[in-house]
Design a protein around this ligand. Structure first.
Ligand code: SF4
Length: 341
């Protein structure tokens, strides 16, 4: 009873199918509306504080997002849900009241995700019209006094187009217009983690020596990225274990079908803790508190050195950060183990 629980439930799904989505593409399957209270009651005997979020993917994708936000606050116990720099660009482009709602809840900046100009952004978001909606969302946010932040995913396919997107943000006057409303425009580029859908883009993962020079000042923590070859060299003899774990807070991601996962990485069978409807509560709570999933078993068996030897590519110039690289290796091992059993 001494830990905080974040319950993050995919009650409404997501309109997009982004090819970089770290959660992986899961179906939009709405659980019963009363599941929110049921889930809080289910976990109440085991956690002192419970913070409930009715969205796991697109925030505010609920048709009645205002009432939904109030409901999330009402059923949370001890610690209230927070707003982040995340919002629905789908809704920003369609509902003029939405930006006002964000402003009233204290949101000062909203992150919008791009993959280049129109063709590339529509392709990687998985929906025609996404780029135009992101442009609309940028304008709507500014009108409402909220700063838009442009997050840009880079890969070998779109890299040449990104300097043009940077230039475009300058032509739109975004740095000056954000300053006028008391904020700072940020344009930042990164490669994304290597789990979920982005893992499937391994073949076009950006190589360090092909990042356009013009983008390096805008690259997020450029000094923290390494080539896969460098990381193989660093870790091939490592005896450490890479075992993701919960600290004082436990965060559970719950799908529309009520499958339960930690928020360490994507939602695949190796990471599934269990199911609210089909597993007993005793079993599920034991697996949560003692951190038992097939992938965590794999993590306890193989050192980072062994993972690197088996799954690392010593010839690869692809970019990773330390933790993303270890998670990428672990996921490959866990999937292979899962296929064997
Ligand atoms: S990245 Fe976000 S918006 Fe894109 S598919 Fe995943 S959850 Fe939806």
């Amino acid at each position: 009873m001494n830990r905080n629980l974040n319950l993050v439930v995919d009650m409404y799904g997501c309109p997009n199918r982004c090819k970089h989505c770290w959660l992986g593409h899961i179906p939009n399957k709405a659980p019963d509306k009363d599941i929110d209270r049921r889930l809080v009651d289910y976990f109440k005997p085991y956690f002192e504080n419970i913070t409930f979020y009715s969205w796991l993917r697109e925030p505010d994708y609920a048709p009645d997002y205002k009432a939904r936000w109030e409901r999330d606050k009402e059923i949370s116990i001890g610690i209230q849900p927070q707003r982040f720099e995340l919002a629905s660009f789908y809704r920003l482009a369609r509902d003029r009241q939405y930006a006002k709602f964000l402003k009233n809840t204290g949101v000062k900046a909203v992150q919008l995700t791009f993959f280049g100009m129109e063709r590339e952004t529509d392709y990687f978001v998985g929906r025609a019209g996404a780029f135009d909606e992101l442009m609309d969302a940028t304008e709507v946010l500014l009108e409402c006094g909220i700063v838009p932040r442009w997050q840009v995913f880079i890969n070998e396919r779109n890299k040449e187009e990104l300097p043009e997107l940077l230039e475009f943000s300058r032509l739109m006057g975004l740095p000056e217009r954000c300053r006028e409303i008391g904020g700072e425009f940020r344009f930042f580029v990164h490669e994304g983690s290597a789990d979920g859908e982005n893992r499937k883009l391994y073949d076009i993962r950006i190589c360090k020596d092909s990042i356009p020079e013009k983008l390096i000042p805008y690259y997020m923590d450029y000094d923290a990225i390494f080539t896969e070859a460098q990381l193989c060299e660093k870790y091939h003899e490592s005896e450490e274990y890479f075992i993701p774990y919960n600290d004082t807070d436990v965060t559970l991601n719950i799908s529309g079908e009520l499958d339960v996962y930690f928020n360490f990485t994507h939602m695949t069978p190796e990471w599934r803790i269990g199911n609210i409807n089909t597993d007993s509560r005793e079993t599920l709570i034991d697996r949560i508190l003692n951190e038992k999933t097939p992938a965590l078993e794999t993590a306890r068996k193989m050192t980072v050195g062994q993972l690197t030897e088996v799954y690392g590519n010593r010839e690869s110039g692809r970019v990773f950060r330390d933790e993303d690289f270890k998670m990428y290796l672990l996921n490959r091992a866990a999937e292979e183990e899962n296929r064997r059993v």
